[in-house]
Design a protein around this ligand. Structure first.
Ligand SMILES: Cc1cc2nc3c(=O)[nH]c(=O)nc-3n(C[C@H](O)[C@H](O)[C@H](O)COP(=O)(O)OP(=O)(O)OC[C@H]3O[C@@H](n4cnc5c(N)ncnc54)[C@H](O)[C@@H]3O)c2cc1C
Length: 362
């Protein structure tokens, strides 16, 4: 019996993670991307990779919440699989702290009420209001700086650059055929069409993010900007969200005293460099969290487009014989394991079904 050959257009978080799962399941995989594997100018390489089903419920729906919670159970298994192959991927599940300066307390109160209203009853016990003392005990760097806060128990984060790098090594090790620097012009049923050649496959998957727009016109890009700094003067145990009447920003700690500050959200498909306004807003939010961030070294200011559909839900769809995985919007890392797992199972089960039919016919 020959191996199922899956062609995947797009080697971002969705395409790369799917390729890895299918290779592990014994498939043959051909992966195509305009960019090279180390290129950091994609949504997947720019994300803060916070795994925040609770906080995101303020802007998302029950489906994203459920997918996020399922993914939070899968991530430790998948990270352990990587560790078993010698790839360390920073992953923490220490919860998230939400704070507000005195003048923005009403934003925090509204946010708390909104979550209490939208959360299923069984999950409400994950919300904990903290007074100033409890906040200082939980996050000593913030002691005395805020009158209190909200703790979202069970939320997580990971280092996306480490995850994407580990996937690349594993895809090579498992024999994936990676066509780097190969733009895909069209994904057809059982065929990936590049400028200079067409590649026949058993199943074709389109995972090109905003690059799939020509084949899925409802997709749009939503611009997001982040600032990455290194700062030895502050240590945070967990991501901190800072409420503000105009925007909600977060500071996510990373290994080596690095912090990712994000993210703006602009209804624009401009993926050009970060604007001065956004740099000032991100920097000011960081500095207002703790003045020691004033000495932070700026490592990266980056912008990328989140691929979004109108309902802002990540989607798997079979359109004209092509499987699509797209619309991951601001929840790619939050939802990827559940989504990829579902698509991988569909592809594998469909093949088993087809083989059984072929067998019966014979
Ligand atoms: C600033 C920012 C912060 C974020 N923070 C978080 C967060 O904290 N938590 C979270 O869960 N999510 C977050 N996200 C969202 C997350 O990054 C995205 O949902 C996810 O990365 C989308 O992955 P993707 O693989 O679908 O798309 P992409 O990352 O866009 O990958 C698509 C790939 O397809 C390739 N491609 C495009 N066109 C073609 C073509 N014609 N031919 C071949 N290849 C092509 C591209 O080169 C790219 O490699 C954030 C996003 C941004 C921008």
């Amino acid at each position: 019996m020959s191996k199922l050959h899956v062609g995947i257009a797009g080697a971002g978080l969705a395409g790369r993670t799917l390729a890895w799962r299918l290779l592990r399941a014994g498939c043959r995989v051909s992966l195509f991307d305009t960019r090279h594997r180390g290129d950091i100018n994609t949504a997947s390489m720019t994300a803060a990779a916070m795994l925040s089903p609770l906080a995101e419920l303020a802007v998302a729906d029950d489906e994203v919440f459920a997918m996020g919670n399922r993914s939070l159970e899968l991530w430790p298994e998948w990270i352990a699989d990587m560790a078993a192959q010698g790839h360390e991927v920073y992953f923490r599940r220490e919860g998230t702290l939400v704070v507000a300066h005195t003048q923005d307390q009403s934003s925090l109160e509204h946010f708390t009420r909104l979550l209490q209203h939208k959360l299923p009853e069984a999950s409400r016990s994950q919300l904990h209001s903290l007074d100033a003392t409890a906040l200082g005990q939980m996050e000593p760097a913030l002691a005395g700086r805020f009158g209190g806060g909200l703790f979202l128990d069970g939320e997580g984060q990971l280092a996306n650059d480490q995850w994407m790098a580990a996937l690349a090594i594993e895809i090579d090790r498992l024999g994936g055929e990676w066509h780097e620097g190969q733009g895909v012009e069209r994904v057809k049923a059982r065929r990936i069409v590049c400028a200079d050649a067409s590649h026949d496959v058993d199943v074709a998957v389109d995972a090109r993010g905003v690059g799939s727009k020509t084949q899925w016109p409802q997709l749009r890009g939503v611009r997001g900007e982040v600032l990455t700094v290194e700062c030895s003067g502050v240590t945070l145990q967990r991501p901190v969200r800072l409420m503000h009447p105009r925007y909600q920003l977060y500071v996510a700690p990373r290994p080596n005293q690095q912090f990712v500050v994000g993210a703006t959200e602009l209804e624009s498909e401009d993926d050009g460099p970060v604007t001065l306004r956004s740099a000032l807003e991100l920097g000011s939010a960081l500095y207002s969290l703790h003045p020691a961030f004033g000495e932070a070294r700026v490592l990266r200011l980056a912008a990328a487009l989140r691929p979004a559909l109108d309902d802002h839900r990540p989607a798997i769809a079979l359109r004209c014989g092509v499987w699509h995985i797209n619309g991951l919007y601001r929840h790619g890392y939050l939802c990827a394991p559940a989504l990829v797992d579902d698509l991988a199972n569909k592809l594998l089960n469909e093949t088993v079904l087809n083989e059984n039919v072929a067998h019966d016919d014979a």
